[in-house]
Write a protein of this length. Structure first.
Lengths: 187, 187
């Protein structure tokens, strides 16, 4: 383990490009305005399929290298067919993957070599909220817990700091911990 | 199109079972305490893989019919490999699929036959937030817009009411529009 500034790591994150993008976008902030998209189509019951393919950023429409498709459904204990992950589980996947990407990026920037990163994420929910069984119960999660197990060329304190900095810069952590305006319309 | 109370529909949602569950759980509220889970493992760079398989509910551990796996990554414009949807796109998928499941369930309960339901969802983000380029810019979405196109055996007003009721009961709509506590720890 090295603790000097000269330590180097290869976690597969191109931090030079990200730091260059930060400088370039600070000078041309219109390029930093992104719009992320998904299209969702009902299949039957509570089963739907979502497609993620295009987004807007750097001033123009962008296309992912592949088209990503996701089936969502309610589970059998909700008298449904369980043909996909539950919508709230997609939110957990989004949060865990956002924090893990951040851990890798921050580690790269700090010259910390990662060997393995595993996050277990849990969200507690009283389903009397969504069932309309108790107006005092919220529909969403009461609490979310994320636990990391990280094997890296770093001290415990440095690993804790990686995870803390990842939270500070995480889009999904912000989306979940702070209110976001959602407008729903019908054509 | 029928507008009487006797109208019937088959959208594939078992509302009788859901209403029975609501009554049963109101009398035994400990069964309504669910915990949803995902496990996320770093692959390389900003690429990670999440697994959704088990959850807790009705007083015991439950297992999905299948194991759901999701690759997440950052896109090429972030100097990444684009080996999966972006974490924030998973959040959009969660919200759209939650609202669509709700539309189907509410329609079933109201005897409205759905023919097709399509949601287009967009989230605006100034990426200077996540890049750390401007401390005044939030990391998450500034706004989310969901637009529904619904073909159903119902009036425009009834369709608007379906979508409104779905928002009111949606877990993910609540998670995104209201703050949720997230605790991150390192083992």
């Amino acid at each position: 383990m090295t603790t000097t500034q000269e330590r180097s790591a290869n976690n597969g994150v191109n931090t030079e490009a990200l730091l260059a993008a930060r400088s370039a976008l600070a000078d041309a902030p219109e390029g930093a305005q992104f719009t992320w998209r998904a299209v969702n189509e009902w299949v039957v019951g509570t089963h739907s399929e979502s497609t993620v393919e295009e987004y807007f950023g750097l001033g123009e429409n962008q296309t992912h290298k592949s088209t990503f498709k996701f089936s969502a459904d309610h589970p059998e204990v909700f008298a449904a067919e369980d043909n996909g992950a539950t919508p709230v589980e997609f939110v957990l996947v989004g949060l865990a993957s956002c924090l893990t990407a951040g851990v890798a990026a921050v580690a790269q920037n700090r010259g910390i070599q990662l060997r393995s990163v595993k996050a277990t994420i849990e969200g507690d929910m009283d389903i009397l909220g969504i069932l309309g069984g108790d107006p005092e119960v919220r529909n969403g999660f009461n609490n979310i817990r994320v636990n990391y197990e990280i094997d890296a060329d770093a001290t415990e304190q440095e690993i804790d700091a990686l995870v803390a900095q990842s939270q500070k810069r995480s889009a999904v952590f912000d989306i979940i911990t702070n209110p976001t305006n959602v407008t729903v319309s019908v054509n």
